[in-house]
Design a protein around this ligand. Structure first.
Ligand SMILES: Nc1ncnc2c1ncn2[C@@H]1O[C@H](COP(=O)(O)OP(=O)(O)O)[C@@H](O)[C@H]1O
Ligand SMILES: [Mg+2]
Length: 376
């Protein structure tokens, strides 16, 4: 059930698997395939399908004595030009030291190795948008041109992204080269998710331990959130963990509902941790006084700042922070008409205040404040 496990069957992705396979087929004749651009929302199976197809191709190519190489780079984690190139080099057995070389030296080593190997190298740039957002599209430009410099080998690029608008922002030359072929991954619907879960569950759970309705509940919850298979699998996995922890003999629907809450809590905690200090302080003001108006929240916020000896930001800025928190889904706001007092915004929490305060107190300053508050 782990996200990095590549299942040996990927139901409802036949079309994408066969399309990518036919684009890559020239590899088996020792020719260079077109570059491929793959996009679709998160959890639609892009990473799993690409890895699956390349594994199968590699197996088959080895069997018929036609070798090729591939490198898989996840640009979310390897987000510098240097690291992307180092990962790329790994695919052809070239070790690049962790630091210390110039980018052009790394490039030279790769080109020298490729010229002596005379192979086909497929480079998967997964979550490619992270690379471009941080570094621009210079590296992509260079990579899409690299075949002009190579004598023996050829490079094929497979770019993968969750960000459907990504292509629009690229340099037109990179765009046309990367997008020689396009493969779209549509979201799964509830029935497809149920099928996927059934396949995966048959390997992960003993027969009979999943109560009736458990799988379809996970599928329908995930389908409501744009058909994300990762969400569906996470729900089922966490449900199983909850059942196991309490020594239950079966996973029942209630475990799924609790798993959903647990996952949501973890998600909120992740978001809160990354907030800047004043974001946290505004959220703390809301947690202390849920259901307040912007003005009330601002007064509490100012008091907190005072007792922490922190310079407060303006009410205008706090109002913006409240909108940002709303967008992140941690709180919700609604406009209430108060008759002759005019309209005002009322702010409520989407998570219980105890959980919020617990997460917020991981910030040292806030921890001290809360201790103080509770001892009063
Ligand atoms: N058709 C499928 N059958 C079985 N598991 C799938 C299928 N599609 C996705 N998954 C699983 O769902 C999770 C998310 O898929 P992933 O390929 O990482 O999505 P993406 O890369 O599009 O965000 C992974 O654990 C993957 O193994
Ligand atoms: Mg992915």
């Amino acid at each position: 059930m782990r996200p990095d496990y590549i299942p040996d069957e990927l139901p409802h992705r036949d079309e994408q698997i066969s399309k990518i396979s036919s684009i890559l087929a020239p590899l088996l004749r020792g020719e260079k395939p077109n570059n491929i651009f793959i996009y679709g929302l998160t959890g639609t199976g892009k990473t799993a399908v690409v890895k699956y197809v390349l594994l199968k191709f590699k197996e088959y190519a080895t069997k018929i004595g036609r070798d090729f190489n591939y490198s898989y780079v996840n640009c979310r984690y390897d987000d510098t030009t240097y690291r992307v190139l180092a990962k790329l080099a790994e695919g052809i057995g070239v070790k690049i030291p962790f630091t210390g070389l110039s980018t052009s030296e790394v490039f030279n080593r790769i080109i020298t190795a490729l010229d002596s190997l005379s192979t086909s190298l497929v480079v998967v740039l997964d979550e490619i948008d992270f690379l471009v957002k941080k570094r621009g599209d210079e590296l992509l430009y260079r990579l899409t041109r690299i075949n002009e410099e190579l004598k023996g080998s050829k490079i094929t690029i497979i770019g993968v992204t969750n960000d459907v608008k990504f292509m629009e922002r690229l340099d037109p030359r990179v765009k046309s080269s990367l997008g020689e072929e396009e493969v779209i991954f549509p979201p799964y619907d509830a029935i497809q998710l149920e099928d996927i879960l059934l396949h995966r569950a048959s390997k992960a759970f003993k027969p009979g331990v999943l109560d009736e309705g458990v799988i379809s509940l996970c599928a329908s919850i995930a389908a409501k959130e744009h058909g994300d298979a990762r969400r569906a699998l996470d729900l089922l996995r966490v449900s199983g963990e909850l059942a196991e922890r309490e020594g239950a003999s079966k996973v029942v629907r209630d475990h799924v509902l609790r798993a959903r809450m647990e996952i949501e809590r973890d998600r909120v905690a992740e978001v809160i941790k990354t907030l800047p200090l004043h974001g946290k302080l505004v959220l703390l003001s809301l947690a202390i006084n849920p259901g307040g108006t912007t003005g009330e929240v601002y007064n509490i916020y100012r008091d907190i700042c005072k007792s922490l000896a922190v310079e407060p930001v303006t009410q205008r800025r706090v109002s913006d922070i409240i909108s940002e928190l709303d967008m992140l889904g941690i709180i919700n706001t609604r406009i209430v008409n108060r008759g002759r007092y005019g309209k005002t915004r009322v702010i409520n929490l989407n998570t219980d205040s105890e959980t919020l305060i617990k997460v917020l107190s991981e910030e040292r300053k806030i921890e001290a404040f809360i201790k103080n508050l509770r001892s009063r």
